[in-house]
Design a protein around this ligand. Structure first.
Ligand code: B12
Length: 212
């Protein structure tokens, strides 16, 4: 992370102006958007999480760092577009009930949109009923769920069950992710796919739908 030290410090401090200027100057200096995202921003959010675990910072600081990261991400967004493409499929995405973390979910949406998927983003704290209701409306190819808390992960199988009860389970592929989620958990709850990051979410989504 050493190349992005000033950016990391600004994200940790929640200094939006400096962090955005550092992101822009890294782009101007030729760093790739992917590298800035992975080594500059996501790695720093891990550091923020560790500081929170150790009691060195609290929720307001974590929130400020999150806001700073999100503003920097907006500068990177144009670099993740794959060019002129027809829709590769429809994705309905949301952070599950009880969970307010949306940075990872937003990155997945952004990368998928850039790769040509049509995204309907339900936001955060999305109940199983809401997923079902919107799935009936937009008829997605993929229902994608994000969870960052071990306490909210059970909302994933609850949503899958709700899709099943509504007669939708055979019509959609279910994809899950988020820091505490694992491949093993995906298998256990009978999700169709799991991805550990936004880049592999795109390749796995393409694989699920058999598109390139
Ligand atoms: C920022 C943050 C917050 C912010 C969120 C702001 C926002 N708009 O998102 C705020 C301050 C609101 C917050 C609140 C809380 N948080 Co918090 N938070 C974090 C922090 C520091 C960073 C999360 C993040 O954005 N990471 C960066 C993104 C890019 O990574 P990501 O989300 O993992 O996403 C990537 C992959 O997982 C994957 N992915 C994600 N979603 C999906 C979905 C699909 C379909 C796929 C395929 C892939 C995928 O792709 C993404 C991109 O590569 C983490 C620490 C950490 N290291 O995760 C703690 C952390 C998640 N929080 C934690 C806790 C405890 C809380 C609170 C309970 C604190 C409190 N006492 O109030 C509350 C809960 C609020 C709630 N009900 O949700 C714990 C969770 C512990 C656990 N395992 O349950 C963590 C791990 C911190 C810690 N070390 O203790 N938090």
């Amino acid at each position: 992370m050493s190349d992005f030290k000033a950016l990391a410090e600004a994200v940790i401090k929640g200094d939006i102006k400096t962090a955005m200027a550092e992101t822009q100057s890294a782009l101007d200096a030729g760093s790739s958007a992917q590298d800035i995202l992975d080594r500059g921003l996501i790695a720093t959010m891990d550091e923020v999480g560790e500081r929170f675990s150790k009691g060195l910072i609290f929720v307001p600081q974590m929130l400020r760092s999150a806001k700073t990261m999100q503003e920097c991400t907006k500068l990177l967004q144009p670099f993740f577009k794959e060019g002129d493409i027809t829709s590769k499929g429809r994705v309905l995405i949301g952070t599950v009930k009880g969970d307010l973390h949306d940075i990872g979910k937003n990155l997945v949406s952004m990368m998928m949109e850039g790769a040509g998927f049509t995204i309907t983003d339900l936001g955060v704290d999305v109940s199983p009923e809401k997923f079902v209701q919107k799935a009936q409306e937009v008829e997605p190819d993929i229902v994608a769920m994000s969870a960052l808390l071990s306490t909210t992960m059970p909302a994933m199988p609850q949503t899958i069950e709700a899709l099943q009860k509504a007669g939708l389970r055979d019509k959609v592929k279910v994809m899950i992710g988020g820091a505490p989620v694992t491949e093993k958990y995906a298998q256990k709850i009978k999700a169709d796919s799991y991805a550990s990051d936004a880049g592999s979410a795109v390749s796995k989504a393409k694989k699920l739908l058999g598109v390139s």
